[in-house]
Design a protein around this ligand. Structure first.
Ligand SMILES: [Zn+2]
Length: 403
């Protein structure tokens, strides 16, 4: 699939005087906003044009909402609209749903469900809903009044489910938001950036790849269960953790001095951490900041493992440790250790904790250049530019780069 799009509109449902559904400690409008802001940032990072209909707790009537949607990138077929919602009124229901417009096919909707399921949430189905008084029209205004765009309503789960939805929604909403981003990337035919893998090119050898990633040929072979040294072009190899070379400065502690107008949310967003992590590491009891206050910014090594860093996977019929490990780009050993498993036996419905893939973030220090960083990580300046969506080669100290 290779779909070109003009832009993505993210629409946090409800807001202001309309809270949406409430219950079990969840207020729909607030969770919708958090999901949407997270999603907005991810698309921004990826360099995909994106617009959000509200960025605060604002009351938006349907007309204003639709106007913002249509004005963002125009009334065009190549505009995707993602309206984020939390479901309620579960009787026996649990899990995510996607509703798509009568004028669209179900491809994007089903990719979203597929990715949300991979992220560990139960899913129900995708569907269209017609207006009872006129079967040619959509039931929801977000489909009916949004011209020729491609709108989907994503319901992430039921806040009043008596199954596991309420807790999952509270703990894992960022993972589900990210799942929707991955679905859109698949829809657009953009390969999801799989950290830790390498696709074999013509001229490669195990030795050259091992050297490039600072691992041994043996480690590379065992990570990929290779019995020979023969590679084929296009083969995808898992790259094991690099050898330690005493470089402990990959993650430097950052102290951030609060400036006028700062908020915890904005600072967290800037450094790619959560507000909770910021509060935890700085022992903050509330969200108030004073100008000039020094905040420690958590880095990969100081972020404690929390439920936000992992995915809960429910074992399906036919699953094996091997299949699950492979799908999540980790080893069977890591999976077993992480879940304190003593045998390889799984039972259907069993919940497994999957450590989320970690991406190495390099914090720029004085004297660094794109070239020196590229060299250190065995990559190219071009790759760094692309991965980080850089428009200039000028770096600032403390800037975070994906390597
Ligand atoms: Zn809603």
């Amino acid at each position: 699939m290779n779909t070109e799009i003009r832009g993505i509109v993210i629409d946090p449902g409800h807001g202001g005087s309309d809270p949406g559904a409430t219950g079990n400690g969840i207020i729909e409008k607030d969770l919708n906003l958090k999901i949407s802001q997270y999603m907005y940032d991810r698309f921004k990072e990826l360099g995909i044009p994106v617009y959000i209909t509200r960025d605060t707790d604002e009351t938006l009537n349907p007309t204003d909402r639709v106007n913002r949607i249509l004005n963002a990138f125009g009334n065009r077929e190549d505009v995707i609209v993602i309206s984020n919602h939390i479901n309620a009124d579960a009787t026996t229901a649990d899990g995510a749903e996607v509703i798509y417009a009568l004028r669209n096919n179900d491809v994007l909707a089903n990719l979203i469900l597929e990715e949300i399921e991979k992220a560990g949430q139960n899913v129900r189905y995708s569907y269209q809903r017609k207006l009872p008084s006129d079967q040619s029209k959509d039931y929801y205004f977000i489909h009916r009044n949004t011209g020729v765009t491609q709108p989907v309503i994503v319901e992430y789960g039921f806040l009043d489910s008596n199954k596991d939805d309420p807790e999952q929604l509270k703990n894992n909403y960022e993972i589900y938001a990210n799942a929707v981003v991955n679905a859109v990337l698949r829809y657009l035919g953009i390969e999801g950036q799989q950290p830790g893998t390498y696709t074999v090119q013509s001229g490669d050898s195990l030795w050259s790849i091992a050297r490039r990633y600072n691992v041994t040929v043996d480690a590379l072979k065992s990570a990929n269960k290779l019995t020979t040294n023969v590679l084929s072009i296009g083969q995808v190899l898992k790259i094991p953790e690099p050898m330690s070379d005493g470089n402990s400065d990959v993650e430097t502690e950052i102290i951030y001095v609060v400036a006028p107008g700062d908020s915890l949310w904005a600072i967290a967003r800037q450094y790619g951490v959560t507000v909770d992590q910021l509060k935890q590491i700085n022992n903050l009891q509330n969200d108030l900041l004073n100008i000039g206050m020094e905040l420690k910014i958590p880095t990969k090594s100081t972020i404690p493992p929390t439920s936000e860093m992992e995915v809960i996977y429910t074992v399906q019929p036919g699953d094996s440790l091997y299949r699950i490990a492979l799908a999540n780009n980790i080893t069977i050993d890591q999976l077993k250790k992480y879940n304190n498993l003593t045998s390889d036996m799984l039972s259907v419905g069993q919940k497994l904790r999957i450590p989320s893939a970690t991406q190495t973030v390099y914090v720029v220090k004085a004297g660094d250049s794109l070239w020196s960083i590229a060299n250190r990580y065995g990559t190219t300046v071009d790759t760094l530019r692309r991965k980080n969506n850089l428009t200039t080669d000028t770096l600032s100290i403390g800037q975070r780069l994906y390597v």
